[in-house]
Ligand binder design. Structure first.
Ligand code: DAH
Length: 354
């Protein structure tokens, strides 16, 4: 084989090797085999050492041409690999600017919170104040002040956790209802108007609702150890059961956005009211129509309770009620398992966002 053939063959194999290189690293390795220190072109030039000057000249020129051809092939392949890499990256990071923007959910209120807001808005519009009280209560406010002394059988339905603190006679506990707020609120109100009351003036009426969390040892599809209640209290010199009926009927019809709804006051017993009644509602149409559904306890505030508010029961009279916002939420949205509200499952909860 003459020199020209050898060089041509070198060029061809180099090109082939470069084509076979699929990564820049492979390509650099292939380059070393031809143009590196011990590459084949270099070896070829070493062999020329003993040749005459003329031969060296002509051969040298041929070798240089071959070297240039190999370098050109190398650069071409380098560029091709770089283009392929860029192409790949562009594909991977492709942005479709015609896609609609992504929505980030804002979160929203819990269905029971929506109900509480609704209750507050309705009673607020009827002139009721809205009060919040402690979830850790004392025995006094939760029971005794509400005409439920230590040995009263009604306590057995209000089993709860007793927690540290409080006094021996009035230990701390997780409140079992919002009724203690009747006393707490009334005592503050009376204190504020004491001078007026003592002077025989006309005390502004007590008209308040107190929504919040309550606790009992209870757990099934319709009872949760933590649940909500909303207390209502209206005390004045001339507040009667008739007012309770009117206020609660008006509330229910507004809450459920339906006049197709009747109420029943069913005689019952609570230590802190006399007489007492459970309030049942009945829809006249719709999926629940015809069934009586219990929504609240109520009654005329017991004289002993009025006394514990710091008022004379001969002069002041009124009514109270305690309703279950969880129950109202279930009825309003047609949910049949209370536990769904407290599982924190976003798929369930997000259905209530408007
Ligand atoms: N606190 C009572 C309960 O949890 C409900 C209740 C009944 C509240 C009668 C009242 C009321 O204010 O007058 O069972």
């Amino acid at each position: 084989m003459n020199d020209a053939d050898i060089l041509n063959e070198l060029i061809i194999t180099a090109k082939a090797k470069f084509e076979q290189s699929l990564t820049p690293a492979d390509l650099e390795n292939a380059k070393a085999q031809f143009l590196g220190k011990s590459g084949r072109i270099t070896e070829f030039m070493k062999g020329m050492a003993q040749l005459s000057v003329e031969v060296k000249k002509s051969r040298g020129a041929a070798v240089n041409l071959a070297k240039q051809a190999i370098e050109a092939a190398l650069n071409e392949r380098r560029q091709a690999l770089a283009n392929a890499e860029l192409e790949k990256q562009l594909k991977a990071e492709a942005l479709d600017v015609t896609l609609p923007g992504r929505l980030y959910p804002l979160g929203g209120l819990h269905p029971v919170s929506l109900t509480l807001e609704r209750i507050e808005a309705i009673f607020g519009s009827m002139g009721f104040d809205i009060a919040q009280g402690p979830e850790i209560e004392t025995d006094w406010f939760n029971f005794t002040a509400l005409n439920t002394p230590e040995d009263h059988p009604a306590r057995s339905m209000h089993d709860t956790f007793y927690v540290e603190g409080g006094t021996k006679n009035s230990p701390n506990l997780l409140r079992t209802h919002t009724s203690p707020m009747q006393i707490r609120y009334a005592v503050q109100h009376v204190k504020q108007h004491r001078t007026l009351i003592d002077a025989g003036g006309r005390m502004p009426e007590i008209r308040v609702i107190a929504p919040g969390r309550t606790y009992r040892v209870d757990s099934d599809a319709t009872h949760s150890p933590m649940f909500h209640q909303c207390e209502g209290l209206w005390i004045g010199e001339n507040v009667s059961f008739k007012d309770l009926k009117f206020v609660f009927t008006d509330f229910c019809r507004t809450f459920f956005e339906s006049n197709d709804l009747v109420l029943r006051f069913r005689p019952s017993f609570f230590p802190f009211t006399e007489p007492s009644a459970e309030i049942d509602i009945q829809f006249q149409s719709g999926p629940l129509s015809g069934r009586w559904l219990e929504v609240a306890g109520s009654g005329q505030v017991h004289p002993n309770v009025v006394r514990n508010m710091g008022l004379d029961p001969e002069k002041y009279i009124g009514f109270a009620f305690g309703m279950g916002p969880d129950r109202l939420t279930m009825l309003r949205y047609g949910v049949n398992d209370l536990r769904l509200f407290f599982d924190g499952d976003i798929r369930f909860l997000s259905q209530f966002q408007s």
